[in-house]
Write a protein that binds this ligand. Sequence first.
Ligand SMILES: [Zn+2]
Ligand SMILES: [Zn+2]
Length: 584
Amino acid sequence: MVDKEKTAEREEKMDVMRHSTAHVMAEVVQSLFPETKFGIGPTIEHGFYYDFDLPRTLTPEDLPVIEEKMREIIAADIPFTREDVDKDEARQLFAAQPYKLELIDEIPDEKLSVYRQGSFTDLCRGPHIESTGEIKAFKLVSIAGAYWRGSERYPMLQRIYGVAFDTEEALADHLKMLEEMEARDHRRLNKQLNLYITPEEIGGGLIIYGPKAGRIRAVIEEFWRQEHFANGYELLYTPHIGLSNLWETSGHLGFYQENMYSPLDIEGKQYFLKPMNCPFHILFYKSQMRSYRDLPLRWAELGTVYRYERSGVLLGLLRTRGFTQDDAHIICAPDQVESEIAEVFRFSLYMWKSFGFDNYKVYLSTRPEKAIGTEEQWHMAEEALRKVLGEQAIAYEVDEGGGAFYGPKIDIKIEDAIGREWQMTTIQFDFNLPERFDMVYTGKDGVEHRPYMIHRALLGAWERFFGLLIEHYSGAFPVWLAPVQVMVIPVADRHLDYCRQLEAGLNGDGVRVKVDARSERLNLKIRQAQLEKIPYMLVVGDKEVADATVSVRLRNGEQLPNQTLDDFKQVIKTVTASKKKDLK
Ligand SMILES: [Zn+2]
Ligand SMILES: [Zn+2]
């Protein structure tokens, strides 16, 4: 506990230091470009940014220049001073700063605070460090375009990102991590692997998957379906739009509308794109009389939903406007809730393990500000979740106010190969929708009772999950997922016939194989297969044809001894079945 408090205290201190570093950066930018219009400069995890409206586009070469001048200010140990002003004074101070003026108008208080260090004055709530000398270790890491208020409707500003730590060592560790992250960035790897496109013609946040991603998705979906059937789930398929009344009843129009798109008008009626699949599953439940003997019902769907995201926050596969959830609804009697939640928890961890993820963190998210249902119901639901986590002896943290509008939830964050946490699995306890939709079942006593609902997504959104897989594996998918598992490469055209025989033999056994029949140099073909991160290359020359063997090369460049095709088939079968990454 003491360690945890210490960490929190250190983080808080660093946060103040990081934000103050943003002020120092802004001071330098102002000195370099006196006509700069300033946006905002908050802290983020590990660092800070500041948005600027500048007379010219920044280049990466600007960053060391700005850093150098920042170091001078830090060395001079300039104090930060606070001054309280009223709104009119603030408006005068920032008369040449349109973005600041907008912010001033929005602040409800009459008194505002401004902070100065050296020649720079900023509208800011604080707090800051005493003086610039307290800044220990920082680096400016990147420049990006960022819309004012994160929306395309406003001007595009230039954002400089920086990181700052309390020791040089911590900074060095972090920079190494950033390098690793950049090498694994799914958008960067996608250029090399050609998995998906996000063409401007269809608009932001919408993805078109190519054949390779299609193959991977098919393998995953097949596995997903098998596992769901084996775990007592059934599948539902539902439409993409539904009448406004439905979303009225579900509470989405009242509590979730800012995440939904404008309605479509069909014959004078309003239809909304679905942001969630739940109401459709509920309608199927209600289509028949249900008895306690039918419960629990476990209905899953790979359901594509649409949620509004500001254009400024869209990010490759990680933040999209249309995405497919591996959704399910478990409808059960109140006394089944806890065992069902425990079972979903076990099932999620099993699924994550299957994809090569062993480390995770658990969060319990409680009642948000905008919510339906009474205090008492929320308390009961939160207690039920706590009980499940307690009984399973699962360590968890509480995310106050992070629940869904209809109920509290357990979130599982998955740790990737470089220790980053990804919010993926969500298990939500819902006592509200059953009531709003008047769902009932006949109990043992012959009387109508209200069921409970559990909403859960194990892998989360397919898009995000795919992004995670690409980054976790650096694009080198394990053999069972690799879109092409084997590339057969003839040394010369005369080896092509034998290559085609190998292809047919492997294909017949369900191995995903291709022949690189182009008349390019051998080295180039090997290099290309390696860039595409294909697990196995079978290089075929005179020797292989004469011996009727294959020479196996791994994507890491390692060469295995020649073997017969049957032996190789056996190996690849074993590796695929074990869901392993490679031969060893
Ligand atoms: Zn500040
Ligand atoms: Zn749901």
